[in-house]
Design a protein around this ligand. Sequence first.
Ligand code: ADP
Ligand code: MG
Length: 228
Amino acid sequence: MSRPVPLLTAGGLTKAHGRTTALRGASVELHTGEILAVTGASGSGKSTLLHCLAGIVRPDAGSVTYDGRRLEGLPEKRLSELRRTEFGVVFQFGQLIPELTVLDNVALPLLLAGTDRAGARARAGQWLERFGVRGQEDLRPGELSGGQAQRAALARALVTGPRVVFADEPTGALDSLAGEQVMTALIHTARESGTAVLLITHDAQVAAYADREVRLRDGAVAALGVKA
Ligand SMILES: Nc1ncnc2c1ncn2[C@@H]1O[C@H](COP(=O)(O)OP(=O)(O)O)[C@@H](O)[C@H]1O
Ligand SMILES: [Mg+2]
């Protein structure tokens, strides 16, 4: 049987930030429902790769294809629509809006997508409950623990039912127990819903949750490991 077409493909990505070349010819594939760990030393280009794949940053050269669509050919409006509807993003910390309640933070992507307020808040509440953030809906993010805030951030990334979640060291600022809880919540939900996950980490224990690992070195893929 032939291999299925990847959901997301990047080929020969290069990207410079001023004089620093962050990516030099990075190529990667992500299949539907696959959990891919991206590892590599600090400064190896992991975050830049994620930003290019998620359509947040346009690469200088190379191509990103999502579900048959080449991102570099899309106008900004279509790209932002794609990000809103198909992608979810989780960063290391500090991504919840401090002025909004936890519930409204999670409801926000739905409101932006046109869901009515009551419906958005109801769905947001369900996702918070699912991630074990109960009874804290009306607090501000600053009143949550780091682990709770990351689980709320996961809820926000998943609330619209994206096909791909991009997670940039989502447990990097957490202690090991809180990190474990966040990772378990993410992996469990992704497996259940068939959501693909591109997970940046430099924690081998976190990478162990993935189906496959890609290692970056100096802005390119250094080694591909397929687990038995
Ligand atoms: N906005 C930026 N401005 C200047 N240099 C940057 C910027 N973002 C990243 N870099 C540089 O690009 C390289 C790759 O960064 P990054 O993609 O963040 O790597 P990683 O996530 O693996 O630590 C590093 O040398 C970093 O300092
Ligand atoms: Mg990074």
